[in-house]
Design a protein around this ligand. Structure first.
Ligand SMILES: NC(=O)c1ccc[n+]([C@@H]2O[C@H](COP(=O)([O-])OP(=O)(O)OC[C@H]3O[C@@H](n4cnc5c(N)ncnc54)[C@H](OP(=O)(O)O)[C@@H]3O)[C@@H](O)[C@H]2O)c1
Length: 339
């Protein structure tokens, strides 16, 4: 098979898919002009979420910013009040069911009873290799007893900290998967009934598409969100609500520093007890800015794109993963220092 025919064989299904099956709705912005759009941004106190607030405020939208760190939200409101159509703070923890209900009620109140766009951007990450987190110490197994005693408890084969891995997983799944699901339950009725073209936009990650070493729990949570919102988008399409999933690669924010499996700054385990501070694998070289990422998310929402992969060339990795998964794994291992 010649190279041009291989390229054609790959390109034709991609083009047909885009033309025939990928819905886009560029007319949304004429049905909902920028200055009339009512937007709730979950996870807006820093990083990508606060840039999303800036982009929407600068086009005069009506914005609600939600997160736990009240002071950061209030500073954002102070900065953006002069340009936004209106901007309001709702403080809350999205992993708390009571808070999610209150966040929904207060947001709808602030937006005069309706919503057009829900952006779920809150997220949590873990950055330690799974074996390190769970205390799976290969050296200990080398000290195994040479004979098998009748009361052997196999302690030399047990992890020393399985609870830490489980707890990290529960925390991350709660923020990255259960909270988006619960927020969707709460906001979906209002999106269906009060908007001419309601949008749910979920900020997932390339970690929702491909695996990466040291990010196993994070990848699991983003894969879960990808599956849920993929399926939900098909279910609710008939109601007029659109579901978009955004998968950025590395973005230059402080997400990694707040990883659930790192000691909190100032805690006795944050390197101050003489232990080495934990090293975070994965280069940030070539990371996109939070602003560029936010602009891409807003563009995807305006066009009602089902999938946005940023930067665009990461789409190539997703396609390559089907054809040459070994190469994609090699690239991921290289990025995270596992070669
Ligand atoms: N940075 C990257 O390289 C990258 C790449 C791909 C995808 N993403 C995704 O982008 C999203 C935003 O991350 P970021 O990079 O902008 O990091 P960030 O600056 O740490 O932002 C995380 C946001 O989530 C909020 N949040 C976390 N837990 C919350 C909770 N329980 N309740 C309410 N809000 C909560 C935080 O606010 P409070 O702490 O004030 O509550 C903060 O506003 C995440 O979903 C992340 O997975 C990031």
């Amino acid at each position: 098979m010649s190279v041009p025919s291989i390229i054609a064989a790959l390109a034709i299904p991609i083009i047909l898919d885009r033309v025939l099956f990928r819905s886009k709705d560029p007319a949304r912005t004429s049905r909902i002009p920028h200055s009339k759009e009512r937007v709730v941004i979950i996870g807006a106190s820093s990083g990508i979420g606060s840039e999303l607030a800036r982009v929407y405020a600068q086009r005069n939208a009506h914005v609600v910013v939600v997160a736990r760190r009240l002071q950061l939200l209030e500073e954002l409101v102070q900065e953006l009040s002069p340009v936004a159509g209106s901007i309001h703070v709702v403080q809350g923890d999205v992993t708390s069911p009571e808070d999610v209900r209150r966040i929904t009620v207060e947001s709808l109140k602030a937006l005069q009873g309706g919503i057009d766009t829900l952006i779920i951007c809150a997220g949590a990450i873990s950055v330690l290799p799974f074996e390190e987190l769970a205390g799976i110490d290969a050296a200990k197994a080398d000290n195994a007893p040479t004979t098998l005693e009748s009361d052997a408890d196999f302690s030399h084969l047990m992890p020393t900290n399985p609870q830490a891995a489980l707890e990290a997983s529960v925390r991350i799944m709660n923020v990255n998967y259960h909270a988006p699901l619960n927020l969707t339950s709460h906001f979906l009725p209002a999106l269906t009934r009060t908007s001419a073209a309601g949008n749910i936009v979920v900020v997932s990650s390339m970690a929702g598409k491909l695996g990466a070493p040291t990010r196993s729990i994070y990848c699991a949570s983003k894969h879960a969100a990808q599956g849920f919102f993929d399926a939900l988008g098909m279910e609710v399409e008939r109601t007029g609500v659109h579901v978009g999933i955004v998968s950025p690669g590395t973005v230059d924010t402080d997400l990694r520093q707040s990883a659930v499996d790192l000691p909190k700054p100032g805690s006795s385990t944050a390197g101050s007890d003489g232990s080495e501070p934990k090293k975070i694998a994965g280069t940030k070289k070539g990371a996109m800015t939070a602003r560029a990422c936010a602009e891409g998310i807003v563009r995807g929402s305006d066009l009602r794109q089902q999938e946005v992969v940023m930067p665009w060339f990461y789409s190539v990795s997703i396609a390559l993963n089907l054809i040459t998964p070994g190469l994609v794994r090699w690239l991921a291992k290289k990025k995270y220092g596992y070669l």
